[in-house]
Design a binder for this molecule. Structure first.
Ligand code: 13P
Length: 249
């Protein structure tokens, strides 16, 4: 049985003080959550988030990292710096990073390997753009992103990672993929994982859906056989709405 994992991606929202305020309200609301709860605030809020979440069921992740141990990479954050803070997860290859910051399947692959080297669990984002969807190539795009992003990874490590299927046209638009459409692509991603790592490992990898997840659509999405969680943007910014998503059942 795969344990559900609901994650909040705050993107470029909230100062450290706002993070503390959010968590003070949010912690008691999710104390009985059945699945895993993860929050990914901006870098500047990570230390506060780790401190406030210590001893609770809320885990803290970053939204990006570099793959090198250290070096002359102005403005970047190394994986070991995240581990040293007590961060346990890192989102890798979010579509906004691919679209605005030149992230490629190759850099995603380097980051995935580096994350494991520093005991960080990657949440690897894949998903097609509207144009790709209209061309009918959603599955091919996801296959390429999964195959290239996870190339060379050992099965034992692959079993631990999380994949987030986020169709780009559904992010921040209020348009959610229908549960059936999300299931179809996510089921296909699991098939590709099976070809790469074997069916047993593919059956252990958790795959989230992301893109306009809200308290009123989470239940239907989670009812799909291959959907194991959600990566939530806008609706994770308010304690009540994120808690309603975490406590969907
Ligand atoms: P929204 O939930 O705001 O659509 O964002 C989804 C997302 O990009 C999460 O990573």
């Amino acid at each position: 049985m795969r344990k559900p994992i609901i994650a909040g991606n705050w993107k470029m929202f909230k100062t450290a003080a706002e993070t503390e305020e959010f968590l003070t309200a949010f912690k008691p609301l999710v104390a009985e959550a059945k699945g895993e709860v993860l929050l990914c605030p901006p870098f500047t809020s990570l230390e506060t988030a780790v401190k406030v979440c210590r001893g609770t069921n809320i885990q803290v992740g970053a939204q990006n990292m570099h793959w090198e141990k250290e070096g002359a990479f102005t403005g970047e954050i190394a994986p070991g710096m995240l581990t040293a803070l007590g961060v346990t997860h890192c989102i890798i290859g979010h579509s906004e990073r691919r679209q605005y910051f030149g992230e490629t399947d190759e850099t995603v692959n380097k980051k995935v390997q580096a994350a494991f080297n520093y005991s960080l669990l990657p949440i690897v984002c894949v998903g097609e753009t509207l144009e790709e969807r209209e061309k009918g190539i959603s599955k091919e795009v996801c296959r390429r992103q999964v195959e290239q992003g996870l190339a060379g990874l050992e099965s034992a490590l692959a079993a631990k990672l999380v994949i987030a299927y986020e169709p780009v046209w559904a992010i921040g638009t209020g348009k959610t993929a229908s549960p059936a459409d999300a299931q179809e692509v996510i089921g296909y991603i699991r098939q590709v994982l099976g070809e790469m790592f074997g069916p047993e490992t593919a059956g252990q990898i958790r795959i989230q859906y992301g893109g306009s997840v809200k308290p009123d659509n989470i239940k239907e999405l989670m009812a799909q056989p291959d959907i194991d969680g959600a990566l939530v943007g806008g609706a994770s910014l308010k304690p009540e709405s994120f808690a309603a998503i975490v406590n969907f059942d």
